[in-house]
Design a protein around this ligand. Structure first.
Ligand code: SF4
Length: 354
């Protein structure tokens, strides 16, 4: 049964017309779902009986189920969501500066096998469907509205940085992004969505066809040998191919590229690494986001001390780069970047289960 959350607005219009219903009803359906967050069709006052009956028989309204939730001391909430087939994925809601940002997963597990990443150790299980991607947003919105202090709270920003490589699931992420951005629905602007990739070159080349969202690239080293040690994807598409693809992108109005740089003690925090970044990255269209490494049980790398992190950042600022250090949110609940891994959470879930 097709999910209601898999339709873009234009698909919904076509679908209703194909089934002998009025095209304009699609806009009303979209409003109920995404403006009013109402998924009980009995409450859809302006929708015809015919459409409701058709939906009841043919369309699923099921959302991924929140089976576990934990809150960090900094307010970050991690959710474990169970999908229809029993697989689970994680998603994280991060409050900061009056905004609520959701970190969205794109796959169950991940094929990329980055060595610093807990999710990478799971291997690839499957792609998420469009409905499961959109469903993460809807399920978490529902949960925070019902269980938080603000029944009207809205998730305003999305980062595709949860489990999985979003560009490996290109078509479904593209479709889900259209749903997120639809003006008559959630209307999340492209500036508020960030797609992060480990560097899948063939799909990067297709990004001009993607809605204009922010792009983040996991760089982590400007030396092929070191980058390959961290990211097996670099063996196939090394830095030269990666930058050829990135440079072929039309950087639309606001689509500068953020380079994520995991800062690891005595590995990529040396003066030659600063020189490498200056050589490779243009100061106008790039932004460098330093992510001090989050250690996890058994992790092979160490986090540099705070003084070193500050030194590294200042060197880049002096060279004219826009450079920020990502505050690690939710590291006490293993929700920080690279720490998501759902199987163990499912096993370990305890009193916090809902
Ligand atoms: S960092 Fe991202 S791309 Fe790499 S293994 Fe983890 S989830 Fe996959």
């Amino acid at each position: 049964m097709r999910s209601i959350f898999s339709f873009t607005l234009s698909e919904m219009r076509e679908y209703l017309v194909e089934h002998g219903c009025a095209k304009f009803a699609a806009d009303q359906v979209y409003q109920w779902l995404y403006k009013h967050h109402e998924i009980d069709i009995d409450k859809w006052t302006n929708i015809s009986k015919k459409i409701k009956e058709h939906f009841r028989e043919n369309i699923s309204f099921k959302l991924p189920e929140v089976v576990f939730h934990i809150q960090s001391t900094d307010g970050t909430r991690k959710f474990l969501l169970e999908l229809d087939d029993g697989n689970t994925v994680e998603t994280v809601a991060i409050p900061a500066q009056g905004r609520l940002t959701q970190c969205i997963s794109s796959q169950v597990g991940c094929a990329m096998g980055c060595l610093f990443c807990n999710t990478g150790t799971m291997g690839f299980i499957r792609h998420l469907t469009v409905a499961e991607v959109v469903g993460q947003y809807m399920a978490v919105t529902k949960w925070v509205r019902e269980n938080g202090d603000d029944p009207e709270i809205r998730i305003s920003n999305l980062v595709y940085m949860g489990q999985g490589e979003p560009l490996h699931n290109f078509d479904n992420m593209l479709q889900a992004t259209k749903v997120f951005m639809e003006e008559k629905g959630l209307a999340i602007g492209g500036r508020k969505i960030t797609l992060s990739t480990s560097g899948l070159v063939p799909q990067i080349k297709k990004l001009n066809d993607f809605p204009a969202v922010n792009l983040a690239v996991s760089l982590h080293s400007t030396f092929d040998e070191k980058r390959s040690q961290l990211m097996p994807v670099n063996d196939k598409w090394g830095l030269t191919k990666l930058f050829e693809a990135l440079n072929s992108l039309e950087l639309r109005e606001f689509r500068f590229i953020t380079y994520e740089y995991l800062l690891i003690a005595d590995f990529n925090d040396r003066p030659e690494d600063i020189a490498g970044l200056c050589r490779l990255l243009d100061t106008k269209s790039s932004k460098i986001n330093l992510i001090p490494y989050n250690e996890f049980p058994g992790s092979p790398y160490k986090r540099p001390d705070d003084e070193k992190i500050e030194w590294f950042k200042n060197q880049l600022l002096k060279k004219g780069h826009v450079c920020t250090t990502r505050a690690s949110k939710g590291s006490d609940i293993m929700a920080a970047c690279g720490q998501l891994k759902s199987k163990e959470d499912k096993k370990n879930r305890g009193d916090e289960s809902l």
